[in-house]
Design a protein around this ligand. Structure first.
Ligand SMILES: [Fe+2]
Length: 212
């Protein structure tokens, strides 16, 4: 299965507003039904996570972008600087969740299969085994103070896999421009507060991973 683009079939991910062509964003559709990952992740938490939390990042990101556009047009340097944290947080939330949905897939669509081919070999060579990688990512996630993300990434310069964490909604690029996300695990309570994940790895979309 080819890497799905972040632009969905049913709805545009961005909209142009204003005479200067300001680009704002809209909630991408999930590539599966909300209940398709049960029993590992309930449809209820998937719907809340997507429609409430991801949507909130997009709404606030768009608001900040519109304020930024206005501040730039007025030459208001102070407001431009002030908006950077909101743009990083909410824009990062949108970027991270857009990756997260595509890291998961129903079992009938390839979710839950251990990585094969080059990704499977790279995991074995670098971490010892898939089980060792899962344990490492679980440990790094548990050690995160507050909320954040745990990432399996490819370092394009060093040409090997790495495990990284980011705080809050910082996207992986904040840890280095050569890092390309493979898997992003959401360690925010809003990802599981209605239900403990029984087996996150059971629904990893390996066909997605293999194309990254
Ligand atoms: Fe989340």
């Amino acid at each position: 299965m080819a890497l799905r683009t972040l632009i969905t079939r049913k709805s545009p991910i961005s909209t142009h507003l204003g005479f200067r062509g300001l680009q704002t964003f809209s909630l991408p559709d999930l590539p599966y039904d909300y209940g398709a990952l049960e029993p590992a992740i309930s449809g209820e938490i998937m719907q809340l996570h997507h429609q409430k939390h991801h949507q909130a990042y997009i709404t606030n990101y768009n608001k900040a972008l519109e304020q930024l556009d206005s501040a730039i047009s007025k030459g208001d340097a102070s407001t431009v600087v002030k908006l950077q944290s909101a743009i990083k947080f909410n824009g990062g939330g949108h970027v991270n969740h857009s990756i997260f949905w595509k890291n998961l897939a129903p079992v009938l669509e390839g979710g839950g299969e251990p990585p094969k081919a080059s990704l499977g070999s790279a995991i074995d060579n670098h971490f010892g085994s898939l089980e060792a990688l899962i344990q490492k990512m679980n440990a790094e996630g548990a050690a995160l103070q507050g909320s954040g993300w745990v990432w399996l990434a490819v370092d394009k310069e060093l040409k090997h896999l790495v495990v990284e964490t980011t705080a809050n909604q910082d996207p992986l690029v904040t840890k280095g421009p050569s890092l390309v996300p493979v898997i992003g695990i959401d360690v925010w309570e809003h990802a599981y507060y209605l239900q403990v994940f029984l087996s996150f790895s059971s629904y990893l979309n390996v066909s997605f991973l293999a194309q990254v």
